[in-house]
Ligand binder design. Structure first.
Ligand SMILES: [Zn+2]
Length: 118
């Protein structure tokens, strides 16, 4: 079982960084980044397949149509919610000639919660 992937950006090997240089003498190359898939922080995430943000977004941009075709979205989805507005005492500061003055006002907090339809 392999414990690594090669970065999936087809242009990864064309990006000029020291970390991609391999070989010796006159036989040097820029090589696709090898990704250790045993790293805990990237386990089961997109980072098992791409070496960084730049490579991920280059890939997404190049294959945007194919990516969109994996799971086409032809209509919006909706999540039933309840929007609750509650008033509470807050304060702001107003500049005065000798500093600031605390001014109370009634603020509004908006809370969105999900509605279970099961
Ligand atoms: Zn890469």
């Amino acid at each position: 079982m392999s414990n690594y992937n090669w970065c999936h950006n087809p242009d990864c090997h064309t990006i000029e960084t020291q970390s991609r240089v391999r070989g010796s003498g006159d036989n040097k190359v820029l090589r696709t980044i090898k990704i250790n898939t045993n790293r805990q922080w990237s386990k089961d995430t997109i980072w098992d397949y791409f070496c960084n943000n730049n490579c991920l977004f280059s890939f997404l941009n190049k294959f945007r149509q194919e990516v969109a075709n994996i799971r086409p979205v032809r209509e919006p989805s909706e999540t039933p919610i309840k929007v609750e507005k509650t008033k509470y005492e807050s304060h702001r500061y107003r500049w005065t000639d000798d500093g600031t003055e605390r001014v109370p006002y009634q603020a509004t907090r908006t809370t969105i919660s999900r509605v279970d339809n099961d």
